[in-house]
Design a protein around this ligand. Structure first.
Ligand SMILES: Cc1ncc(COP(=O)(O)O)c(C=O)c1O
Length: 378
């Protein structure tokens, strides 16, 4: 079994951006999916208060788990026992926990390609077998119930991501229901990565839990809640899975940062501030969608949610990594190469993150327009 894992190529572009910035160049950073806004102010205030009064030991906040249960009731209409939440240092360890507690080495796990780079690599690191399903414009770059129904042999599991990274594409509710049905019939365990929930431009996002109560759900405070560096997320597991998942978390990770748990409890009530961030992303998305055709980028995946645009550059290059490095060197705009998300077709795609301010998007476009025109001519 090939267990070698590839590096995250966007980090290479990012290092180059940092080096250029250190030389005094102005660089617009749109290569990572990280909000530039920071934690909501009430979360920061809560953290300040706690720093002065709490010893911050190993801890799982009962209040945060109760608040999260209320969030699921309010948002999705599902009733969750607060004890089913396992707090983690972000979605990344939640994903490791979900996989390691659900599957065995050698198990086959299906996922969409393009998809988040860590799915494939985490599966490989755990000696599991990623079964990548090539997904194109015909299925809105998402896997479907029909694809899962036709897999032979039947995989042990599937990772669903909606809204997805790198595309932002959302799986509609009826398709989520169809996926849940196929998985029930075929005994496929669902791991649903819902990290981009709350960031939708086309209406509410549905949790897989509305369709399949035994799904494992991964989520985090990194994206909608704008708390990337606080390293806090959660895994929701079905009751029969809890003891096993807790045994893993106790041995592999212990607890999530106490300070972040206090701050996150406050963040869950910062709706006004967080919706204002969403309004900025919506404006950035509109600006990009209006301007990208003038750059020659008229084939983009449906950016229903998250804060990404995944665009074809097939008419310009089949080396998206080299293309992104040249763009940052020559125009001072850092974006991610598609190869991270799809080692094959991704050579002809780029991902632009618009989790930045609107003036940064405007400046990025101002720089890219002449650069793309010159690239097309050359
Ligand atoms: C789809 C997806 N899942 C999980 C993660 C990991 O997020 P974190 O560990 O910061 O919560 C990311 C990060 O970009 C992501 O895009």
């Amino acid at each position: 079994m090939n267990t070698e894992i590839e590096p995250f190529q966007a980090i290479g572009v990012s290092r180059l951006a940092q080096a250029l910035a250190a030389e005094g160049r102005s660089i617009i950073r749109m290569e990572f999916g990280q909000p530039s806004t920071g934690a909501p102010s009430a979360a920061i205030e809560a953290a300040h208060r706690v720093l002065d009064s709490d010893a911050l030991g190993y801890w799982e906040s009962p209040a945060l788990k109760q608040r999260l249960a209320r969030h699921y009731a309010d948002t999705y209409g599902v009733d969750i026992d607060p004890d089913r939440f396992i707090l983690t240092c972000g979605a990344s360890p939640a994903l490791v926990l979900a996989l390691v507690s659900s599957f065995s080495p050698g198990d086959r796990v299906a996922l969409a390609r393009p998809g988040y780079v860590a799915y494939r690599n985490t599966l490989k690191a755990l000696r599991m077998v990623p079964v990548e399903l090539p997904c194109g414009a015909d299925t809105r770059f998402q896997l479907t119930a029909a694809m899962l129904a036709s897999l032979d042999p039947t995989p042990a599991g599937v990772i669903i991501a909606s809204p997805a990274n790198p595309t932002g594409a959302i799986i509609p509710a009826d398709e989520l229901g169809a996926i849940a049905k196929v998985c029930r019939e075929r005994g496929i365990r669902i791991v649903s990565d819902e990290i981009y929930h709350g960031l939708s431009y086309v209406g509410p996002t549905h949790s897989m839990l509305e369709f399949e109560p035994s799904a494992l759900v991964v989520n985090s405070f990194s994206k909608y809640f704008s708390m990337v560096g606080w390293r806090l997320g959660w895994l929701l597991v079905p009751p029969e899975h809890l003891a096993r998942a807790r045994a893993y978390v106790g041995n592999l990770f212990l607890t999530a940062p106490s300070l972040s748990q206090h701050a996150a409890l406050a963040a869950l009530d910062c709706t006004e501030e967080l919706q204002a961030n969403l309004a900025v992303y919506a404006r950035n998305r509109d600006l990009l969608l209006a301007a990208l055709p003038s750059l020659g980028l008229d084939r983009v995946a449906p950016p229903d949610g998250a804060f990404y645009i995944y665009a074809s550059v097939a008419h310009l290059t089949d080396d998206s990594l080299g293309f992104c490095k040249q763009l940052v060197r020559e125009a001072g705009v850092a974006i991610a190469p598609g190869v991270d998300f799809d080692p094959d077709q991704g050579r002809r795609f780029i991902r632009i993150s618009f989790a930045v301010s609107t003036p940064q998007v405007e400046e990025g476009l101002r720089r890219m327009q002449p650069w793309f025109a010159a690239f097309r001519r050359a």
